[in-house]
Every structure is written in structure tokens, then in C-alpha cells.
Write a protein that binds this ligand. Structure first.
Ligand code: SF4
Length: 333
């Protein structure tokens, strides 16, 4: 007897943030017998650690893809604007779906899905925004939102019967109670807390980023990474000094230092490491040295010596009287 052709298995590629919503969206489709794979897009503002753990808990294949170069223009002038912080969420979603769509086409996936919930985020997850994002990504009828599907018009995977719409969900709004009560039914017993995702929504990071962009029209990845560490001061000569707060921060700042950056540190007294960019004016080197002393354990008013590691590794010394921290209050970003 002739073998019947094997029924094609439907393959879906899902955007995974690693939070409960995207985990649940993946599990809802997986439990319908769909072959689910997951993708997380990485930028300096958003890593994939949380997503990797969540994908492992789900037992689903996962990949992380860095989209820094493509994302960078969005921190300047995103066509659809910023949210409350410096988060261009609508354009970010469009970009992520566009990139996921390219993978879908290249690797033979049938459709895309996300863990978005209608009305959960006022700016980027209202009905109009969800449809705009799908449309502008270039895949208007191939983006399924399993958690809110029954509140949204049917997509192609539902219309063609690839997905059973009846088994999809009708969640909407900001509360996560429904997702939390459903999670155990889908075998999800552990998931990360909702907060702690994208740095662009963090008010402190957003303030520093806006300040940086106001002073420096072109930023490098290193500048964005440095915004994560230490106290930041804009000095009178225009340079920015970064002062480590802990040993871990000192190490992180040192790891991001380029050959021409200056490093300052008080001699013989425990204290922070201060990073100053190359070409800083003499006036700013003096201020950075005073900062190094002020934030060290040196008592106020006591003589201190600050070692300055210049470009090329030469070391110089600045002798000063340790000033009070308050003197730099107005320079702090
Ligand atoms: S919160 Fe950050 S990662 Fe998430 S959509 Fe907005 S900009 Fe993108």
C-alpha cells in the first residue's frame, strides 16, 4: 500500500520576552500541537537572560538575536514616538516583527505570535496600535496574539484552521490575574516578576540617555553600556565623569574603558574609580580628581593624592584637599 503523505506540521515563531505573557502564549500554541520556536531580540537595553531561562522551563527551542544596529536609529527619532521613558515601543515592536518575519520566511515557519495583551499597555497595546504594528511589520495577517485572539479579528492562521481559535484566549486589560490563574494549567509554575525588563522604561536610565543624546549627537554602544553603571556627572568643561559606587561597578566601568579614556583613583585610601573620556579639558580632569577624592573614604578637608592614568598608560598625580560631595550636587545627572 502506498504511504500517505505526512500531514504538514504547522510551525510558529514567537517573540519571547521571558515574562509570563509570552510564556503563556507559547504554551497555548504548543498545547494545540503546533511546533513552536522562540526568538528574543537583544539590544544594550534588553538582554536575553530571562528569556533563555523561560524557554528552558517551557522546553522549547530558543534563539537570541542582537539587533543593536537596526534599533539604534529608534533612540533618536522613532516615527511613532516614545512612551513615558525613552522607550519607542511601537517602532520597537514593528522592528522585532519585521526581523522575526525575515526568519519566518527564511526558515519556513507558518506564522508569528507574541504575548501581547489587548489594553495591557495604554500606549502600545491598544487595538489601533496592535493592528498598526502588525501592518507596518509587513505581516498584517500572520501575527497572532494568542492571549487576546478572541478579542481581535481572526488572523490567517485562525481562518485557515492552522490554529483552533476556540482554544485561544480572550484576555484584555492591565491585570495579570487571569494569566496567573491559567499558568499552572499549561505547566507553567515558575516565571519572572513582570518588572525589570527594558532599560528604556527605567526613569533613571532614560534620564541619563536623554542627557547623553543632548550632549553627544552620535553615541557608541560603549556609551550606552556605561549608562548602566556608577554615578554620572556632567563637568563644567563638557566632559562626563563616571564614578563607580561599588567594587562590581568599578570592574564593569574598567571593562568598558577604551585605550584613550582616563582613569582616576585616590592613592592609598579606599575609593571609587572615576572614568573620564579622552580629550577632556584640564579643568575637567581637575574636577574629576576632586570627585574621586570626595567619593573616597578620605575625610573632608584632608589632603589626598589622586592618580591619573593617562592615555597610553602613563600615570600622573594630582594633590588636592578632599572637598565635600555636596559641591558636585548640581553636576550630577
Ligand atoms: S519596552 Fe523596550 S524592548 Fe519592550 S517594546 Fe518597548 S522599547 Fe522595545
Amino acid at each position: 500500500m502506498e504511504d500517505l503523505p505526512e500531514k504538514k506540521k504547522i510551525r510558529a515563531l514567537g517573540l519571547l520576552s521571558g515574562g509570563l505573557d509570552s510564556m503563556l502564549a507559547a504554551a497555548v500554541l504548543r498545547d494545540q500541537g503546533i511546533d513552536v520556536e522562540l526568538i528574543t531580540f537583544v539590544t544594550p537595553f534588553y538582554g536575553a537572560e530571562r528569556a533563555k531561562e523561560s524557554a528552558a522551563r517551557l522546553g522549547l527551542p530558543h534563539r537570541a538575536v542582537d539587533i543593536y544596529e537596526k534599533f539604534l536609529p529608534l533612540i533618536y527619532t522613532p516615527p511613532h514616538g516614545f512612551g513615558r521613558g525613552h522607550n519607542p515601543c511601537i517602532d520597537c515592536h514593528i522592528l522585532m516583527l519585521l526581523e522575526a518575519g525575515a526568519v519566518m520566511e527564511a526558515e519556513g515557519f507558518d506564522f508569528l505570535f507574541t504575548g501581547e495583551v489587548l489594553g495591557q499597555r495604554p500606549m502600545s497595546q491598544h487595538r489601533g496600535a496592535l493592528s498598526l504594528v502588525a501592518r507596518e511589520s509587513g505581516y498584517p495577517d500572520l501575527v497572532l496574539r494568542p492571549l487576546s485572539a478572541k478579542n481581535l479579528p481572526p488572523t490567517r492562521p485562525e481562518l485557515l484552521g492552522w490554529v483552533d481559535r476556540e482554544k485561544l484566549l480572550a484576555i484584555s486589560g492591565r491585570s495579570r490575574k487571569r494569566q496567573m490563574s491559567l499558568a499552572p494549567q499549561f505547566g507553567i509554575t515558575k516565571y519572572p516578576a513582570p518588572a525589570g525588563g527594558c532599560l528604556l522604561t527605567d526613569p533613571g536610565y532614560a534620564t541619563r540617555l536623554k542627557e547623553l543624546l543632548a550632549h553627544q549627537p552620535q553615541v557608541a554602544r560603549k556609551d550606552l553600556e556605561l549608562l548602566k553603571w556608577g554615578r554620572h556627572f556632567r563637568l563644567p568643561g563638557g566632559a562626563k565623569a563616571i564614578v563607580g559606587r561599588t567594587h562590581q561597578e568599578n570592574e564593569a566601568i574598567l571593562a568598558l574603558k577604551t585605550a584613550d579614556d582616563l582613569i582616576l583613583k585616590v592613592l592609598e585610601i579606599p575609593g571609587p574609580l572615576v572614568l573620564l573620556p579622552e580629550n577632556a579639558a584640564d579643568e575637567d580632569v581637575q574636577t574629576a580628581a576632586a570627585l574621586a577624592a570626595a567619593y573616597s573614604d578620605a575625610p573632608e578637608g584632608v589632603e589626598a593624592t589622586v592618580a591619573v592614568q593617562w592615555e597610553g598608560g602613563e600615570t600622573g598625580f594630582i594633590h588636592l584637599t578632599t572637598p565635600p560631595k555636596e559641591r558636585f550636587k548640581d553636576l550630577m545627572i
